[in-house]
Write a protein that binds this ligand. Structure first.
Ligand code: ADP
Length: 258
């Protein structure tokens, strides 16, 4: 029994095909979100089917999640909060806190011992605590966002980025670059600033173990910055950017066989 999860995020679309009998992921793929999330999600779904040697008829149920989930052709939709909790329960069953940093928002979920969402906080108002801020900095430095971690290695002293707003923070970064501050220190400072904004959502209360998910978990150095800000170790599940899509596929499976 095969189920599909489609996470139409604000920055990227992710698709996961899951074998419900074994719990194994059969195929996964992602693409940058452009301007027609519904059509793009459909194309990506077909791409995932082809990669897994499957056809649409092989898939019993499709669940869509994410910011643009309403635009996706699916049997039903489930919120990102629920999908991230389900995805983390599958990959890191002991997790009690989930920090998810995506392209345009960040979330902090507190889970019960059985993996259910007890409460959550979300920042979708301020780009400074999201992947968008890292992308903006990478663009300013003329490098891919995936390179930021490598470039920050060996920094001696992260630059202090004090602006609470990404727009003002960019101006601050331009000033730091102009003053000759090493790029490694600026990147480390930006990572610390993103982590601090996300950690602020926890209000000083974090139950271990902490899972770190979302596309930003792939950026080297962000886990360390988050650990510093939370005062707790964090664990990154495999393929952290696909956690929501995996949760959506698992939600589809639960809907067929509760
Ligand atoms: P959303 O679900 O909101 O679309 P994602 O969880 O897919 O967001 O994360 C997108 C973010 O992941 C980007 O803003 C970027 O900061 C980060 N990221 C990490 N690695 C990459 C990469 N190789 N290419 C693009 N973005 C990346």
């Amino acid at each position: 029994m095969i189920c599909a999860g489609i996470d139409a995020g604000s920055r990227a679309i992710k698709v996961v095909l899951l074998d419900g009998n074994t719990g194994q992921v059969l195929s996964r793929c992602s693409a940058d979100q452009l301007y027609q999330p519904g059509r793009q999600a459909q194309e990506l779904f077909e791409q995932a089917l082809a990669a897994g040697g499957l056809t649409r008829r092989d898939v019993r149920r499709v669940v869509a999640t994410g910011y643009a989930r309403a635009a996706v052709q699916a049997d039903t939709t489930v919120t990102e909060i629920t999908c991230h909790a389900i995805g983390v329960r599958h990959t890191l069953p002991a997790a009690r806190t989930v920090v998810e940093i995506g392209g345009q928002d960040s979330k902090l979920l507190r889970l019960d011992p059985d993996g259910r969402v007890r409460d959550f906080a979300m920042n979708d108002r301020c780009a400074a605590g999201t992947g968008r801020f890292l992308e903006m900095v990478a663009a300013r430095l003329g490098v891919p966002v995936g390179e930021l971690g490598r470039m920050a290695q060996g920094n001696r002293c992260p630059a202090a980025i004090s602006s609470m707003c990404a727009v003002f923070a960019e101006t601050e970064i331009i000033g730091l670059l102009a003053s000759g501050r090493p790029q490694a220190e600026i990147i480390a400072g930006v990572q610390a600033a993103v982590a601090a904004r996300v950690a602020a959502m926890a209000g000083g209360r974090v139950t271990r173990p902490v899972a770190f998910t979302g596309g930003v978990a792939q950026v080297d150095g962000m886990a360390g910055a988050l650990e510093q800000a939370l005062g707790q170790a964090v664990i990154i599940p495999d393929n952290p950017q696909y956690t929501g899509a995996l949760g959506a596929a698992l939600a589809a499976l639960r809907q067929i066989a509760p």
